[in-house]
Write a protein that binds this ligand. Sequence first.
Ligand code: FES
Length: 67
Amino acid sequence: MITIRLRRNGPYVIESDEATVVDWEGVAYPIDRRPIALCRCGASSTKPFCDGTHRKIEFDGGSEAQK
Ligand code: FES
């Protein structure tokens, strides 16, 4: 099972050693570190990956999942 975890006010984190990220044509991005953090705030300069900019812009990621 692959888990995609939302960091509070931060990126989507893919918790898998086998996951790949591909573009709209199916071409894989090189993955140089894991877990993979995907930008959720829209402000990263390295999209689709998180570059930490969410902290600078004080991104509000919304609420947690309902239990
Ligand atoms: S979530 Fe980190 S830069 Fe967007």
